[in-house]
Structure formats: structure tokens, C-alpha cells
Ligand binder design. Structure first.
Ligand SMILES: [Zn+2]
Ligand SMILES: [Zn+2]
Length: 280
């Protein structure tokens, strides 16, 4: 099983590789730029060369970038909208340069324009950026909790992908906390099956590449996106085991996204999951 966590690349990509090794992660995700702002750290050619050389000797796959939360491809303000389009294309190119396999995006929030208008904006933005991008990195749209005016149900994602002609450069990123908050009760096996059925009928199972793992601070269907440590929220061990042990997800990559203060806390969480899987 590919299992890893979210790490910082602030100290350089070679350093994050060391960090991944320390916590026994076989994959990792990082923010492509300041998650709440939008400024990007300059990654030099030398850093990229060193990183690529080091990665060759490491069992580290896939490497996943995550765009800032503040990016809104459904924004009504022209300035916010064009900024989002520019950053998306820039970061797709950055991922290509460093050889990151995936780039995760929160589809956007329609604010007060309504879902339809929001979807049209997102589709237009992706036409102007993703469809122009000629690299190998794949853009993954993340399933959201439905907080506020968030777009990001599997149906929303299906509509976006269909409108773009289902390009190979596009896939889906699942998130246990978001999906639970949106109403999938992982504590019940049949609810995991409902997710699988929805995936299959709406986007295709093969489109799901990454599964973010985190417990939920709020109950089922709360529509609140608040991550919690594994087993310490409402999904609990049983809920996670229903997901982790389902043969449909045996080839998906699991990435922990927890409210850690120090990345070393991920070591215990990765160990915990491995133990859960052994005892069952
Ligand atoms: Zn996310
Ligand atoms: Zn997530």
C-alpha cells in the first residue's frame, strides 16, 4: 500500500525526501505555494537536479503538489479569477519540472453566483490552462465537504470533466474527511460501496488516484471541513478500515492530511494505520 503524508518543501525538495524517509512515508504531498497566500518559493535548477538524482534511489511514488486553498477558479472578481488561472498553469509547469506526478486542486466556490455559473467559470478556466498544458503531470480535482458555496461533489466533478471531454490529464482526489462531512458514512460498509458505485457511474474508478486520509472533527453530513487525527474524530478506526481494506482501493495512494504541529507526528500516525491493518 502506498501510504504517506503532507510535508513542507520550505527547506528544499531534497530535505522533504529526508523527512519522508524519517516518517516512513512512501509518497508525499506538499503545497506548491503558500496555502493561504499565493507567493511561490523559487525552486532552482540545481535543487531540482539534486532532488531528481536523490529520488532515483528512493521508493517515493507518487509525488503530489497541492494548490493553495485560496485559489478560486469560480471567482466572480476578475482579478481573483485571472490570478487563479495564471497560478494553475504556472504550477502545472512547476510540477512538470520537478517530476511531480499529480497536482491537487479544490475546484472552487461560487460565492453568490450559484452553482451553474460557478461550474461554467471553472470549465472555462480549465480550458484556458489545463488544456494548454502539454506535460505529464495530472490535475486532480478534490471532492469537497460542501462548506459554504464549495463546488466539489462527484457530480460537480463529473460535469466539469465531461465538458472538457474527459482529458487524460485530469483525475480525482478523494478525501475521507470531506466525503464524510458530505454524507458518506464510512462506518458502514454499504456506504463505502455507495462511494464506489458513485465513482464508477460518475467519473470512472480509474480516475481516482489519491485518497486523502484524516478523521473528521464534526459529525456525518456536517459539511464542515475540519481534519482530525486518525481515530480521534467521527470516522474512527472502523470507518477507516472499511476504506483501507476495500479491494477497490488497493492501488490508490493514501496521503495523510492531519493538523500536526511537527511533521514527525506523522511517523506515529503511519505506524498506527499499519498496526490497524495488521490486527484486523
Ligand atoms: Zn485539499
Ligand atoms: Zn484533502
Amino acid at each position: 500500500m502506498r501510504l504517506g503524508c503532507h510535508l513542507s518543501i520550505a527547506k528544499g525538495l531534497p530535505k522533504s525526501l529526508e523527512m519522508a524517509r524519517e516518517v516512513k512515508a512512501s509518497t508525499f504531498q506538499f503545497f506548491t505555494r503558500n496555502p493561504r497566500g499565493g507567493s511561490a518559493r523559487n525552486i532552482t535548477t540545481r535543487e531540482i537536479e539534486k532532488w531528481k538524482e536523490l529520488r532515483r534511489n528512493e521508493d517515493l511514488y507518487p509525488v503530489v503538489g497541492h494548490l493553495p486553498y485560496t485559489l478560486n477558479l469560480a471567482a466572480s472578481r476578475e482579478e481573483t479569477y485571472s490570478f487563479a488561472k495564471r497560478v494553475l498553469l504556472e504550477d502545472l509547469n512547476r510540477m512538470e519540472e520537478i517530476g511531480a506526478e499529480y497536482l491537487v486542486l479544490h475546484p472552487g466556490s461560487h460565492v453568490n453566483q450559484g452553482r451553474e455559473k460557478g461550474l461554467v467559470k471553472i470549465i472555462k478556466a480549465l480550458e484556458e490552462s489545463l488544456l494548454k498544458f502539454k506535460g505529464n503531470s495530472m490535475l486532480l480535482l478534490e471532492t469537497m465537504a460542501g462548506q459554504g458555496t464549495e463546488i466539489g461533489t462527484l457530480l460537480d466533478i463529473k460535469e466539469i470533466m465531461d465538458s472538457l471531454g474527459n482529458p487524460d490529464s485530469m483525475g480525482v482526489c478523494l478525501d475521507t474527511c470531506h466525503l464524510f462531512a458530505a454524507g458518506y458514512d464510512f462506518q458502514k460498509r454499504q456506504e463505502v460501496q455507495r462511494l464506489i458505485d458513485d465513482l464508477e457511474t460518475l467519473v470512472g474508478l480509474d480516475k481516482a488516484k489519491i485518497f486523502h486520509l484524516s478523521d473528521s472533527k464534526y459529525p456525518l453530513g456536517s459539511k464542515k471541513d475540519r481534519h482530525q487525527f486518525m481515530g480521534k474524530g467521527y470516522i474512527q478506526k472502523e470507518g477507516f478500515l472499511n476504506v483501507l481494506k476495500d479491494p477497490v482501493f488497493k492501488d490508490i495512494t493514501f496521503i495523510l492530511e492531519l493538523p500536526v504541529k511537527d511533521y514527525l507526528e506523522y511517523k506515529g500516525e503511519i505506524k498506527l494505520i499499519r498496526e490497524w491493518l495488521k490486527t484486523e
